[in-house]
Design a protein around this ligand. Structure first.
Ligand SMILES: [Mg+2]
Length: 267
């Protein structure tokens, strides 16, 4: 498997910039999708390439995920000095040199907290009737997971009911992903995450016009692709409509892209 010549040329141009931001979704991009989210891990070649890129002080790595920023799977994937933007942009963290994660806690108002509690109660009721489904609680969202549900029709019905009954509540932003429905009371998107990383989060100042590469596979990543500007590089992983300029097949191909970037960086 070799990279498409157009993509390789774009990577060469990207790598020539004095500093670069490389922002990547985790599930389906660095890590293959697995039935149990806690088992997800980056491919070995991908992890090795990230480690090499992290050695380059002119490369600024960021993980941008729907997962909570403190999710252990994200932390295991992130070399020191990687920014971790979780909950689709609502949570921000940074991996210290010693591997500890420093998270900026999201601040919720009273109404948002009350709304989160209501979502917690109602999703518990909805999922109780559908064996295999489960509810994840994040600092700013409640997430209904249906991947383990053996009955596909029941899973789809639960997703629809969740969206119809709770997704339209005032103050709730519903995000339907692959076998998940997230009900968020925060309003950040992965586009906000891209903007944040472009400004040099957490504490750096990047040269004007520093290009940003974003890789994502899901509908929520389209917000990130929409936030790209000329000179940036968007890579969609897998099938589906996208605003991204480039597309690769799967997480293994992402590993190749990152290995090529590490090579171009001389790492
Ligand atoms: Mg993903």
């Amino acid at each position: 498997m070799t990279l498409h010549p157009d993509l390789d040329a774009a990577l060469v141009a990207f790598a020539a910039a004095p500093e670069r931001v490389i922002a990547l979704d985790f599930d389906g991009v660095l890590a293959p999708i697995v039935p149990r989210p806690e088992d997800a891990a980056p491919l070995a070649a991908t992890r090795a390439a990230l480690e090499r890129l992290a050695q380059d002080p002119t490369v600024h790595l960021g993980l941008v995920s729907g997962r909570a920023a403190g999710d252990p799977a994200l932390l295991r994937a992130a070399p020191p000095s990687t920014a971790i933007i979780g909950s689709h942009g609502a949570e921000q963290g940074f991996v210290q040199e010693d591997g500890r994660l420093e998270v900026v806690p999201p601040v919720l108002g009273e109404e948002q907290q009350a709304l989160l509690e209501r979502l917690r109660e109602r999703t518990a009721e909805l999922t109780a009737a559908v064996p295999g489904s489960w509810v994840e609680e994040k600092p700013t969202a409640i997430v209904v997971h249906t991947r383990p549900v053996p009955d596909a029709a029941a899973a789809a019905a639960l997703e629809q009911d969740t969206l119809a009954q709770l997704g339209s509540l005032t103050g709730v932003r519903a995000i339907a992903g692959k076998r998940v429905v997230e009900l968020s009371v925060a309003h950040a998107t992965k586009g906000d995450a891209v903007t944040l990383l472009r400004t040099g989060f957490p504490a750096r100042t990047l040269p004007e016009g520093t290009p940003l590469l974003y890789g994502g596979d899901d509908v929520t990543d389209e917000d990130a692709f929409a936030a790209l500007v000329p000179g940036d590089l968007g890579i969609k992983v897998g099938d589906g409509e996208t605003r991204a300029t480039f597309r690769v097949e799967d997480p293994a191909a992402v590993g190749q892209v990152l290995a090529r970037l590490a090579e171009l960086a001389g790492m």
